[in-house]
Design a protein around this ligand. Structure first.
Ligand SMILES: Cc1cc2nc3c(=O)[nH]c(=O)nc-3n(C[C@H](O)[C@H](O)[C@H](O)COP(=O)(O)O)c2cc1C
Length: 381
């Protein structure tokens, strides 16, 4: 896939997810087939870039990915300055966030709240494009609300002002994460602009990826939540789009174990041991959420305080749960997982309900990435 002179290995993108798609996860997904891996959003207020969180979001890590830095803000000048600064720090492209529904961002008319003000959006796009010095893309929703589904207007403005590509999440700002993503508006946007369009929202399998590509005619697709605990989804989608037979592409238990251990190692290197151990916990929960005996493992691994203990418990989980099957190449992860699907789905629904109970339904930013609530189940630590 090509975006304004930048060449990407394919048209599959990992979604920017604050608190999840950090540099180690992006690097891992890139190794497993994601062609584009934009970073978690940073504020357009460069005065905040010295915080630990912003520094880690701006850091270049690994060699596999083109660095796309995402900025969120409301003021054209601030956004332009942030874009310039990010490019000076080495960003290959800048992505402007017009998709975030969180109150914290929207109160200041940033993120998806900007969709309500197309004139301001035009000024932002023009200013950032003129200052960035690298290609500028944008991530939008289909509109402000179901009544004001103005994604098409915003997309045309984007094209007119020099935005190089658009990602469209198939929900309005008012919908936050409720209901299902709809793809008709994405199809209409694709038909109305000549710049590349990437479709996003609720893509959780290779078959769904193909269906969304076919329905929308989009140039690419972006996967977010479905990559948690299964970064190899990009590999599966690529294989499916190339019509490889499933049995040739399913990962063995052995490979899955190694991918997880590799991910843990890179989290420890990136964050240092103490933070790395904390950050690893949520990933280990996602990795094992559909696995037999996963609950017991999760209880133990949550209590582990050192990298060594986490790695040992993870290795032991695979050995004890799968025993000799681990060494059998024909035993795939897909085949072994899902044995407790029903039970695990109930547990997941319960956890999501708890998160909503703690935070209200107000989007991911407060509930996951920014949460300071010690007992929040989303923190998983
Ligand atoms: C925990 C979490 C954090 C997110 N952080 C960002 C972000 O920093 N920037 C952004 O543009 N979108 C963010 N999103 C939205 C995703 O990029 C994506 O648009 C959304 O999850 C829908 O895609 P999916 O159904 O494949 O998950 C976030 C979503 C989640 C769940």
């Amino acid at each position: 896939m090509r975006i304004a002179g930048l060449e990407f290995p394919n048209n599959l993108a990992l979604a920017p997810m604050a608190g999840i798609s950090d540099p180690p996860f992006r690097d891992l997904c890139a190794r497993l087939g994601a062609g584009l891996t934009p970073g978690e959003m940073v504020s357009a207020d460069i005065g905040l870039w010295n915080s630990k969180k912003s520094r880690s979001r701006l850091r270049r890590w690994g060699t596999r990915t083109t660095q796309i830095i995402q900025i969120a803000g409301y003021d054209p000048e601030m956004l332009a300055q942030a874009a310039r600064q990010a490019a000076d720090l080495g960003a290959d492209a800048i992505d402007i966030n017009l998709g975030c529904p969180a109150k914290k961002v929207c109160r200041r008319l940033a993120g998806s709240a900007l969709l309500k003000d197309p004139a301001l959006v035009a000024r932002i796009f023009a200013r950032v494009v003129s200052q960035a010095g690298v290609p500028v893309t944008a991530k939008i929703r289909t509109g402000w609300s179901p009544e004001l589904r103005n994604g098409l207007t915003i997309a045309r403005i984007a094209e007119d002002e020099g935005i190089a590509a658009l990602t469209v999440h198939g929900r309005t700002r008012a919908c936050r994460f409720a209901g299902h993503a709809e793809y008709d508006t994405i199809r209409d946007i694709k038909q109305s602009v000549a710049i590349p369009v990437i479709a996003n929202g609720d893509i959780d399998s290779a078959a769904k990826a193909r269906a969304v590509l076919e329905h929308t005619g989009a140039d690419g697709i972006m996967i977010g939540r479905a990559a948690r605990g299964q970064p190899w989804i990009f590999r599966d989608v690529l294989a499916h789009l190339k019509n490889f037979p499933a049995e040739k592409t399913d990962l063995s238990l052995f490979s899955v174990r190694d991918i997880i251990l590799e991910h843990l190692d890179s989290l420890y290197s990136f964050y240092g041991e103490s933070t790395g151990v904390r950050v690893s916990r949520k990933h280990l929960v996602w990795y094992t959420q559909h696995q037999r005996d996963g609950r017991l493992f999760r209880e133990r691994v949550m209590a582990a305080e050192t990298a060594r203990d986490q790695l040992t418990l993870t290795r032991r989980f695979f050995e004890q749960t799968y025993g000799e099957a681990l060494a059998e190449p024909e035993r795939s992860w897909g085949e072994r997982s899902g044995e407790n699907d029903k039970h695990q789905e109930n547990a997941q629904a319960k956890k999501e309900k708890e998160i909503r109970g703690t935070h209200g339904t107000d989007g991911w930013q407060e509930s996951v990435a920014e949460c300071a609530h010690r007992r929040c189940p989303a923190r998983l630590s």
